[in-house]
Design a protein around this ligand. Structure first.
Ligand code: UDP
Length: 237
């Protein structure tokens, strides 16, 4: 494969054959709590590549602009090269995780409307939550870009809630990253996989996401496989 540009916790990024294209390579590494907890979970990368490709294709079919071009192999995805805006966009439909810990809110409360939070993408600082104003003083994105990102995040949330609901899965929350193309367009980037979502089986309440790893519940690959199988059987349109 061509030149390695960057290695992250769960993916490697390579130069593509064409200019302005990258190849994302999905690894089996699992990390949590800012990489203080680490493991290798066989086939996680394959499952995530397949899930992310289906989700991106579904979003593209519904007029969401993403970096996705096509799936190349079990672990490789071809994407448009973007400059990642170093802001993690968290969308929440049901209370869980850091929201509850930080504010002392009870878990599993349905929110009246989706909540959007921003975190600085910085391993060194542990991805601290930030106010929109902090994005501007750090010149990470313009006001116009953030309004566009908010709009896209809500649209993506509506589409993903429907997608997962049709699979009998509740989408409690998830993380998005956006990037800027060579032409200056803001598109959805990174990945959408159970590594960055909270997914709960509606019939049993079973956790089908990375919380299985965070909470030492085991059966992570089996849970991701369950999500992929339901997606494939449903043939997302
Ligand atoms: N999330 C993520 N990467 C991060 C932080 C959060 O993918 O660096 C996802 C996480 O999987 C969950 C959602 O964003 O689906 C909200 O996470 P939260 O802020 O509750 O953090 P956590 O409790 O997971 O530390």
């Amino acid at each position: 494969m061509s030149d390695l540009i960057y290695e992250g916790k769960a993916k490697k990024v390579f130069k593509g054959l064409e200019p302005h294209q990258y190849v994302l390579y999905f690894k089996d590494d699992a990390t949590a709590f800012n990489a203080q907890k680490k493991d290798v979970i066989e086939s996680k990368g394959i499952l995530n590549q397949k899930i992310a490709s289906q989700v991106f294709q579904y979003l593209e079919n519904h007029e969401v602009q993403t970096h996705f071009i096509k799936s190349l192999s079990d672990r490789e995805m071809l994407v448009e090269a973007v400059h990642i805006i170093p802001v993690e966009v968290i969308v929440r439909n049901i209370t869980a995780g850091s929201l509850c810990k930080r504010l002392g809110i009870e878990e599993n409360i349905k929110l009246d409307k989706p909540l959007i939070e921003f975190c600085l993408k910085s391993d060194a600082l542990g991805d601290p939550i930030m106010m929109e104003e902090h994005i501007y003083i750090m010149n990470l994105a313009t006001h116009e870009e953030i309004q566009h990102i908010r709009h896209e995040a809500l649209k993506i949330n509506t589409l993903l809630q429907k997608l997962f609901d049709d699979l009998g899965i509740t989408l409690a929350d998830f993380k998005l990253e956006f990037g800027k193309t060579q032409a200056g367009k803001i598109v959805l980037a990174d990945e959408i996989t159970p590594d960055g979502c909270r997914l709960w089986d509606q019939a049993t309440g079973k956790i089908l996401d990375k919380d299985r790893f965070r909470k030492d519940l085991g059966g992570l690959a089996e849970a991701y496989q369950e999500v992929l199988t339901r997606m494939t059987e449903k043939a997302l349109a």
